[in-house]
Design a protein around this ligand. Sequence first.
Ligand SMILES: [Fe+2]
Ligand SMILES: [Fe+2]
Length: 130
Amino acid sequence: MEWKLEYSVGDEDLDRDHMSILNALDRVKKAQKNNLEDDFIGILLTQLVEYVDGHFAKEEEYMAKIGFPGLAEHHDRHVEMKAELIRQRGEFLKDGKANFDELTPFLNDWWEKHILEADMDYKLYAESNL
Ligand SMILES: [Fe+2]
Ligand SMILES: [Fe+2]
């Protein structure tokens, strides 16, 4: 999927992070289609766990800076997403097999429901209040 201007949350750094989620989603879909290597999924899950620590913290700092009123609720969603990611990584480490039936919908929801909906809320807030 190509990145479009309408995906921007109005902050270059956060946009760059979001591009890497879009990219991860594309790669996972391709891997699923081609029955590709489990190694790649293991590396990706580890990268995503590291990624969320940096990205979620940056994003929450940004929301605090602009005084976004939905910060606490948004933070809770981040905590849930991180827990789910760690759970999926734990499952992978246990049996060394990619579980696309869980990973693909998870990343898809992350992109469509979190980045394009929940994250957009702070963008709209910033646009109408700053
Ligand atoms: Fe985000
Ligand atoms: Fe977020």
